[in-house]
Design a protein around this ligand. Structure first.
Ligand code: PEP
Ligand code: MN
Length: 419
């Protein structure tokens, strides 16, 4: 029997005070950067830097990728034991998950086995050496889970949407040393996700993992929950020290997409995967279309390519060279855009002086066609050309409109004839 890596204690010390370091001085404040996602929403600084224990300091990361697996819901002792034993034989699986209290849309659905399942989970953990994890949605779940020595708690997507619930959970976690995983909220709102993580961190929980499980999306999509990768990527940029694990099961909704979603998560340098498994998925009481057997999980993991973050020194040298070339070109691009806009302004003032309209459709159509052809001939992609020519044109119109509407004396140049 493998020994457990982690011990959970109810008497842990609250470690919040350190979290507030640097507030006010501005040092260490990570984020003040607007985020514009597919819906044009923004993420702006709260001036709070999370204090997080690196994953490798509390989890065995030898086998890559780190995998959390187990059924969507605990259903019976037999199901838990059979599934856990099979998973424990897969080297990458370190954490055994099972829902005990299930958030269901309709009240007559199976809502989890409740406390009885915690005893099964404790047994599965003791017998296999896997760490155990359950979803908690309120402080009494936290209390129950800790009483039964659950190793890791997670907060589900439906709970994360509600700051009141999050604060209640955070209050319940004060003084407790237990790792907490926070799923993204159902709706694509990075602020809510960040807020939940911050509340939990401010309660003194320093072993935190964010879980990307995809977002509700109104458009038709092959996914059950659209991955919207730009949101977890933005989270990584804002809080680089925060471990991030992908949950391809809730993103995919079916086994066929698990491979590509898992591979993409690894290629984005996420820290691991949470994949639902069941010894008999067809008869699962919840999420039966997306669960796979432990044998299928083993196969899936074997098919993934784990690429390293860093290459050999020679590889790094060439990469550095190529990157400095990109840096130089980006600098030139910005300079060229600046020069282009200066001429746009000059044309704007000239048009104003001569009472000529800003948008001359015939010229715009010609520009568009010519630039498109130049780009196509240079091998650039059509959609990209459409977007970039459009953006440059929009900005030119905006600048000229501003010039046209400014009182004459503010335009500076060429006002002599008005005197
Ligand atoms: C789950 O992990 O089974 C679950 C309910 O997930 P989510 O909160 O992401 O919907
Ligand atoms: Mn599920």
């Amino acid at each position: 029997m493998a020994s457990k890596q982690l011990s959970v204690t109810l008497t842990g010390v609250l470690q919040a005070p350190r979290l507030f370091r640097d507030l006010g001085s501005g040092v260490g404040i990570l984020r003040n950067v607007p985020f514009s996602g597919p819906n044009g929403y923004f993420c702006q600084s709260m001036g709070y830097e999370m204090d997080i224990v690196p994953l490798h300091e509390w989890l065995d990361m030898k086998e890559q990728p780190l995998v959390i697996s187990g059924p969507c819901s605990a259903e019976s002792e037999d199901q838990i034991m059979v599934t856990a034993r099979a998973l424990a034989r897969i080297p990458q699986v370190r954490i055994f998950r099972a829902g005990i209290w299930k958030p269901r849309t309709r009240p007559m659905s199976f809502e989890g086995v409740g406390t009885a399942g915690l005893e099964w989970l404790r047994r599965a953990g003791q017998e296999t050496g896997l760490l155990t994890a359950v979803e908690v949605a309120n402080p009494s779940h936290v209390e129950e889970a800790l009483r039964y020595e659950v190793d890791i708690l997670w907060i589900g997507a439906r709970t994360v949407v509600n700051p009141f619930s999050l604060q209640e959970l955070a209050n319940g976690l004060k003084g407790v040393d237990v790792p907490v995983m926070v799923k993204n909220p159902v709706n694509p709102d990075l602020h809510l996700w960040l807020g939940a993580l911050e509340r939990i961190n401010m309660a003194g929980i320093r072993k935190i993992i964010a879980i990307h499980r995809g977002f509700y999306f109104f458009r038709k999509s092959p996914y059950r929950n659209a991955p919207m990768w730009e949101i977890p990527i933005e989270l990584m940029r804002l809080v680089p020290q925060l471990p991030l694990i992908c949950d391809p099961s809730h993103i995919s909704g079916e086994p066929g997409l698990l491979g590509p979603v898992s591979q993409k998560a690894l290629d984005l340098e996420m820290d691991g995967l949470m994949i639902e498994s069941h010894h008999d998925p067809e008869h699962a009481l919840t999420d039966r279309f997306q669960q796979i057997t432990p044998a299928a999980l083993r196969e899936l993991l074997a098919s993934l390519v784990v690429r390293s973050e860093k290459g050999s020194p020679a590889f790094e040298d060439i990469l550095d060279e190529l990157r400095s070339e990109i840096d130089k070109l980006d600098g030139e691009l910005i300079q060229i855009l600046f020069r282009r806009m200066s001429i746009v302004d000059e044309i704007g003032r000239y048009k104003k002086d001569h009472n000529v309209t800003i948008l001359q459709l015939e010229r715009w159509s010609r520009i568009f066609e010519e630039r498109l052809k130049m780009g196509r001939d240079a091998g650039l992609e059509e959609q990209f050309l459409h977007r970039i020519i459009g953006i440059i044109h929009d900005e030119s119109i905006r600048r000229q409109t501003e010039i046209l509407n400014k009182p004459a004396e503010e335009n500076g140049l060429n006002n002599q004839k008005e005197s």
